[in-house]
Design a protein around this ligand. Structure first.
Ligand code: FMN
Length: 348
């Protein structure tokens, strides 16, 4: 049975975030309070195909192309599943049904619990390929991609998208997606044009729920945009009728954001939330988390640029006396050990 069917509502999920929700960051969150569903960063289905095919050719003919040994595939490193990180959904993108099918089969072999197709990314390089948010303008192709994913394996297929391209177009866009019957649809409650420049429009979730109830009540709807706490998400789910809430930037500097869900794993979903007071985590805990993240990040193979950690440094080291000074020094660090040393010296 698809894991989606066993989630208690409203459920809370981790947003897929490029250069954020890698295996190290997911581990940090998993230890401090698990979301109901983990998500990877997005991965190019075309990229997966090409890098794996090249690696196969290298292995078959090491002298002319060089051996793939020791290189490691940077895209495959984004598809590593860490301990305690389940259920987990791999997010992929492409505008080609055959590439989506290829990536879904791979993701199924790797043991993922579900696969998500990105249809909301506004990044130019992604849109230029006709993928990500560009698909909002091409519902026919979007439906073909979903069908290709559904036929490629038995994994549940979900979609993450926006409410429209230039303007809200839920009647046409959401209806087309619902007719393809994915297991779940996440709606980032902004248009492509709005990027993240205006507040998410949660009133639109009520409209989306009405359309869903009419067109395909079996599809789960997940709301996304500007949610910072479980309490806020729970209120929004109650007001709009969506089944789940996705939190992205609310995880920055706060890997505890989902802890209210796991402290008490009670049967009754209301009690799951009510008996947990939102807790504050102090500076010591935040710095510890940053050090742990930096060490976990260094284990990722092949390595990623250490500069990626800067956004986490900014998020963890803020809001206390001396924060800007410490932040400035941490920004110069080039290894986890250096981060640790700087933090320890600061405490003395
Ligand atoms: C740094 C960053 C990376 C992101 N990467 C992805 C991604 O890989 N796939 C995706 O579907 N959305 C991505 N998003 C969008 C988020 O998943 C989410 O939809 C958006 O941040 C709004 O939710 P929030 O207000 O809870 O952050 C990214 C957002 C940020 C800020």
């Amino acid at each position: 049975m698809s894991f989606w069917k066993s989630l208690k509502k409203p459920f809370f999920v981790m947003a897929p975030m490029a250069d954020v929700t890698d295996v190290a960051f997911r581990s940090l969150v998993a230890k401090r309070g698990k979301p109901d569903v983990f998500w990877t960063e997005f991965v190019s289905a075309d990229g997966l195909y090409h890098t794996r095919e090249i690696a196969k050719m290298r292995d078959a003919n090491p002298t002319s192309l060089g051996s793939s040994e020791g290189h490691g595939n940077p895209l495959m490193r984004d598809l590593v599943i860490g301990e305690g990180q389940r259920p987990i959904v791999a997010q992929i993108f492409s505008n080609k049904p055959e590439m989506i099918a290829y990536a879904v089969k791979l993701v199924a072999e790797l043991g993922f619990d579900g696969v998500d197709i990105n249809m909301g990314c506004p990044d130019r390089s992604v849109e230029k390929q006709g993928a990500g948010a560009a698909l909002v303008k091409n519902p026919k192709l979007a439906v073909e991609l979903i069908r290709a994913a559904q036929e490629a394996s038995s994994l549940p297929v979900s979609v993450k998208t926006r409410v429209g391209y230039h303007k809200e177009s839920l009647d046409e866009w959401l209806t087309a997606l619902l007719e393809a019957a994915p297991a779940a649809i996440t709606l980032h409650l902004r248009t492509r044009k709005e990027m993240s420049l205006v507040p998410a429009d949660w009133d639109l979730m009520k409209k989306a729920v009405e359309i869903r109830d009419r067109v395909n009540p079996n599809v789960l709807l997940i709301g996304n945009g500007d949610v910072e706490t479980i309490e806020q998400g729970r209120r929004l789910a109650g007001e709009t009728g969506c089944d789940g809430i996705m939190i992205g930037r609310g995880m920055f500097g706060n890997p505890w954001v989902f802890e209210g869900l796991t402290r008490l794993n009670l049967e009754n979903s209301d009690l799951r939330f009510n008996l947990v007071s939102s807790s504050e985590h102090g500076l010591d805990e935040k710095l510890e988390a940053l050090i742990e993240l930096a060490h976990g990040f260094e284990q990722i193979s092949p390595p990623k640029s250490f500069a990626i950690l800067k956004k986490h440094i900014k998020a963890f080291v803020t809001g206390f006396d001396g924060a800007s000074n410490l932040r400035a020094r941490l920004m110069q660090a080039e290894s986890a050990d250096e981060i640790e040393k700087i933090v320890l010296l600061t405490k003395i």
